[in-house]
Structure formats: structure tokens, C-alpha cells
Design a protein around this ligand. Structure first.
Ligand SMILES: NC(=O)c1ccc[n+]([C@@H]2O[C@H](COP(=O)([O-])OP(=O)(O)OC[C@H]3O[C@@H](n4cnc5c(N)ncnc54)[C@H](OP(=O)(O)O)[C@@H]3O)[C@@H](O)[C@H]2O)c1
Length: 291
């Protein structure tokens, strides 16, 4: 990416996450290091083109929505290219004639799950592995909470090759949909699993809690509000400095209800089930990165 204060950002594959990110950078919460002059998005189908145009209509003067046949045009016109297609589509995108050449000198960001930075570099270089000098690649893993700007996005890169400017740009982009956090690539798979799956595991727990409330006669909608709000409040105590284990002990007063509930979960192996579930997901993530 050339030095600049304003940038055109291409989002190749403007689906669920791509749209959230495009919205975030078109309507930033902080001014940061760049001004987004234009966002160029691409999608596969005409119906998705209409969806993106409607969803981001407030920003139509700075938004261009194209179909996948124009991926090359989007990349050529951009300073930063964010790949948000499904991983199975990556070869279609990168093998389009001209795409690899157009990527040279640009900041490449990929949110494709399970695709390592090495693989992104391989895709971007093609057979030309003589030089990867101008390629700066950031691999990122946001989650669905990007929709409400609450995503914790993990990022990783070869920090010897990533300029400070591009580090700032990538951080700024994901800060517009929550919070960006750079981690070493060696711990990216397990960290990504935590960011990607932990939420869904906790949602399963919420579902179970709701069933119990309904079985005991509370309306599901009311139970949902009280359960989710109290869980959010309790979870926020953790970043405020409370250790989860200590907090759990504080809640469980002698002879009380919480200790009974907690012991019931321990009896059923719930804690180790969560551990096993994350380790299984981490294993799968490692396989995906290798394949
Ligand atoms: N969803 C998650 O929670 C999550 C979390 C972390 C990472 N990810 C990763 O983020 C990426 C996007 O996920 P998503 O859930 O947003 O997927 P998605 O909603 O299916 O979005 C993918 C988009 O790519 C478009 N597309 C397909 N082929 C294309 C092509 N050749 N050129 C340009 N655009 C093309 C699709 O267009 P149409 O709509 O017209 O089909 C669609 O809009 C994936 O790689 C996924 O692994 C997802």
C-alpha cells in the first residue's frame, strides 16, 4: 500500500461478514489513520448486489457494488483488498488473470477461515515465488458480532514484513466492527477457535437455561431477556478484573442454589465437555490450515 491518508478498500465477497465490515469502515466510530474514500464490494449474484446496495444505501456516494466478474477491477482500484469469500472460492478469485499482478504493493487482508498467511501468500503469488517483497498480508478472524460492532477480531501477520502503517490500517479496519487483537500465527488456530466457537458453545448453554425456565413456567421471551442480560452483566465483570473461578465461588453461597446447580453440571462433566469441544475444534482448524 502506498503511503496515504485516504484509501479505497475493496471487499471481495460482500456477504454476511463483508457487509458488516464494509458498513463499519464506511461509518467509522473513530477517525484513525485513514479516511475511507471509497469501498468497492463484489458479490456473486445480482440479488446479493441489490442486498448490499440497499443495506449500505446511506453510503451510496462512496460505495460501488460489482459482480464477481469485476473482481479484478475492484482490486485494481483499491489500496487495501479484503478477501471475504468462502474458502472454497479462493482459487476462483485468485486465479482470475491479472488479479495477482493487481495485488502487488497492496495490503491484503483475508478473513477466510482456516487459510493461513502462507497459503494467502501462495495464492497471491501463484507460480511466481521468486519474490514476495511487496506483499503484505494480514490474516484475520472476526465473528458474527461484527454486525453490532462487538466482534473480537484476531489478526496475525509476518510482523517482519508488515509495515507499521499497514498494521495500523488493519487494526483500524477491525476496530470499526469491535476490537482487533494481533496474535502470533503459532497461536492463531486455537485463538481463532475460541473467538469463532466459544460464543456458539455459550449460546447452547443459554438455550438449555431457557428450556429450564420454560419448563418451570416462565415465558421464553421473558426468560431470554433476563438470562441473556444477567449473563452479559456477569461476563463483563471478568474484563473488569474478576477471575471467572473466583467469581463463581463468590456467587455460590453456602447451602445456596448456585452451588447445587454448579455441582449438577460438574456431575455431568460439563466443564470437561467444554474443554473437549474446543480441543476438537482446534484440531479441525489445524487440519483445515494444513489442507
Ligand atoms: N460467518 C462467520 O461467523 C465467520 C467467522 C470468521 C470467518 N469467516 C470467514 O469469512 C468469510 C465470509 O463468511 P460469510 O459468513 O460472510 O460468508 P457469505 O455470507 O457466504 O459471504 C460470501 C460472499 O462471497 C460472495 N462470493 C462468492 N463467490 C464470489 C466470487 N468469486 N467473487 C466475489 N464474491 C463472491 C458471495 O456472493 P453471493 O451472496 O452473491 O453468493 C457472498 O456474498 C468466509 O471465508 C468465512 O470462512 C466467517
Amino acid at each position: 500500500m502506498t503511503r496515504m491518508s485516504s484509501a479505497t478498500i475493496a471487499v471481495i465477497g460482500c456477504g454476511t461478514l463483508g457487509t458488516s465490515i464494509a458498513r463499519g469502515i464506511l461509518d467509522p466510530t473513530d477517525k484513525g489513520c485513514i479516511t475511507v474514500e471509497r469501498v468497492i464490494t463484489t458479490v456473486a449474484t445480482e440479488s446479493s448486489k441489490q442486498r448490499v446496495e440497499e443495506t449500505l444505501s446511506r453510503h451510496s456516494s462512496r460505495l460501488i457494488v460489482l459482480l464477481k466478474r469485476d473482481n479484478l477491477r475492484a482490486i485494481e482500484d483499491a489500496d487495501v483488498v479484503l478477501f471475504a469469500v468462502k474458502p472454497v472460492k479462493r482459487n476462483d478469485v485468485f486465479s482470475t488473470p491479472g488479479v495477482r499482478e493487481a495485488l502487488r504493493g497492496k495490503l491484503i487482508i483475508s478473513i477466510m477461515a482456516g487459510i493461513s498467511t502462507q497459503e494467502i501468500i501462495r495464492l497471491a503469488l501463484g507460480n511466481d515465488n521468486t519474490s514476495n517483497g511487496p506483499l503484505e498480508v494480514v490474516r484475520a478472524m472476526p465473528n458474527m458480532a461484527a454486525k453490532i460492532r462487538e466482534a473480537q477480531t484476531l489478526c496475525t501477520a509476518d510482523m517482519d514484513k508488515l509495515s507499521n502503517e499497514n498494521f495500523q490500517v488493519a487494526t483500524w479496519i477491525f476496530n470499526q466492527v469491535g476490537q482487533a487483537q494481533f496474535v502470533a500465527e503459532s497461536s492463531f488456530d486455537i485463538s481463532a477457535v475460541l473467538v469463532g466457537c466459544a460464543g456458539s458453545l455459550l449460546l447452547l448453554a443459554i438455550d438449555g437455561l431457557l428450556d429450564a425456565a420454560v419448563a418451570e413456567g416462565v415465558k421464553r421471551s421473558e426468560a431470554q431477556e433476563m438470562t441473556v442480560n444477567s449473563a452479559i452483566g456477569m461476563l463483563k465483570l471478568v474484563p473488569a478484573g474478576e477471575h471467572p473461578g473466583v467469581l463463581r465461588e463468590k456467587i455460590a453461597s453456602p447451602g445456596g442454589c448456585s452451588i447445587r446447580a454448579l455441582l449438577e453440571l460438574e456431575k455431568r462433566g460439563v466443564r470437561s465437555a467444554y474443554t473437549a469441544a474446543i480441543m476438537a475444534a482446534a484440531e479441525r482448524s489445524k487440519q483445515m490450515s494444513k489442507s
